[in-house]
Ligand binder design. Structure first.
Ligand SMILES: C[S@@+](CC[C@H](N)C(=O)[O-])C[C@H]1O[C@@H](n2cnc3c(N)ncnc32)[C@H](O)[C@@H]1O
Length: 338
């Protein structure tokens, strides 16, 4: 990978980031990495297989080779996967392909309006598409499914240790609030054979859960419920919310916490959040980028430990502890104050 010799050259690379993002989108969408798992392929053959134009593909691959995505030997025209190449495979434990698709199809166009957000406070997406993110996603099932896939990419890439760190000793029922396709709760239920639970998410999102729960063999213990977490909350003795509260302003996030507080099945119900904590955890630069995502795409923010403590208190919960879980994610544990 290249490093810049002067501040001006470093700045040029940063300013050209929009081209790198779009080049990554083209190869992710075309499935270029999938064609290279068995070894190097001539660019002309790669272009034929992916439907891209050979000249354009060669120039895109040349730039991405400088970023470690591919290896490209121009004299022979041979392309191979570079150190980062496997992250663009369609499947696999390191895949971020759904993030590439979602960020470039749903996030990139609004981010052209970041100036608007910086001067008015209105999320760029509301200005660009004329509606909030989750409404925009709900208009197109494929778009919504790619977004859920992107959340799954996050789970594998940056939160896998976080879920392993979630302890559920003594817990009988869990509601995963904003639990998407149920993959997180299904994995937890497999580790805790007595656990019963509910995945709560918007109806069109949670529609993807039943096959996931069946595939994990937990559909007899975990049910999927379509609903609005601002309006309803199933009872439970533990609530789980992974990267949900960061989507919302303090006022809206407090509303979700208060719903959990009201619905809790036991006085000292537990709450487990998986979120970034700005002053804790590895990869603070990823947490800072997520904070910018929240600024442009939602009303929420990434929060520091004291901000989490205050938010939880406003919702009726006491912050017990924060555990760093590898990568930028932390597990935040809290208890309902009766
Ligand atoms: C950032 S995603 C996190 C998904 C999942 N917890 C994970 O970690 O992969 C936020 C989730 O909140 C859901 N959501 C947004 N608004 C909602 C609402 N009003 N009621 C229920 N779920 C909602 C979205 O559909 C999405 O699945």
């Amino acid at each position: 990978m290249q490093t810049a010799a002067t501040p001006a050259l470093a700045m040029l690379r940063l300013l050209g980031g929009y081209q790198i993002s779009q080049a990554l989108y083209v190869v992710a969408r075309a499935g270029v990495a999938d064609r290279l798992v068995d070894g190097e392929v001539p660019v002309a053959e790669l272009a034929r297989a992916t439907g891209l134009r050979p000249d354009a593909l060669a120039r895109i691959v040349h730039v991405l080779a400088g970023e470690g995505v591919f290896a490209f030997d121009r004299p022979t025209d041979l392309v191979a996967l570079g150190p980062l190449g496997r992250t663009l495979l369609t499947d696999g434990p390191e895949s971020l392909r759904n993030i590439a698709l979602t960020w470039m199809e749903t996030h990139y166009p609004p981010f052209g309006e970041l100036w608007h957000t910086a001067t008015t406070g209105e999320p760029a997406i509301d200005h660009h598409f004329g509606m909030p993110l989750f409404e925009w996603l709900a208009r197109d099932r494929e778009r919504a499914a790619t977004f859920s896939g992107a959340m799954g990419d996050f789970a594998r890439a940056i939160r896998q240790d976080a879920f392993a760190a979630v302890e559920l000793e003594g817990v009988r029922t869990v509601v995963d609030v904003g639990g998407a396709d149920g993959a997180v709760l299904a994995a937890l239920a497999r580790r805790h054979p007595g656990l019963r639970g509910t995945v709560l998410d918007l109806p069109h999102v949670v529609a993807a859960a039943p096959p996931v729960l069946r595939a994990h063999g937990v559909d007899d213990r975990i049910t999927a419920v379509g609903g609005d977490f601002f309006a309803e909350m199933p009872p439970a003795d533990c609530y789980l919310a992974c990267f949900v509260l960061h989507d919302w302003s303090d006022e809206r996030a407090t509303g979700i916490l208060r719903r959990m507080h009201r619905a809790a099945a036991v006085p000292h119900a537990r709450l487990v959040l998986v979120e970034t904590v700005l002053d804790r955890g590895e990869s603070p630069e990823v947490a800072a980028l997520l904070d910018l995502t929240m600024l442009g795409m939602l009303t929420g923010r990434e929060r520091a430990a004291e901000e989490w403590r205050a938010l939880l208190a406003a919702g009726g919960f006491r912050l017990d502890r924060i555990r760093e879980a590898g990568g930028p994610a932390c597990v935040i544990e809290a208890t309902r104050v009766p």
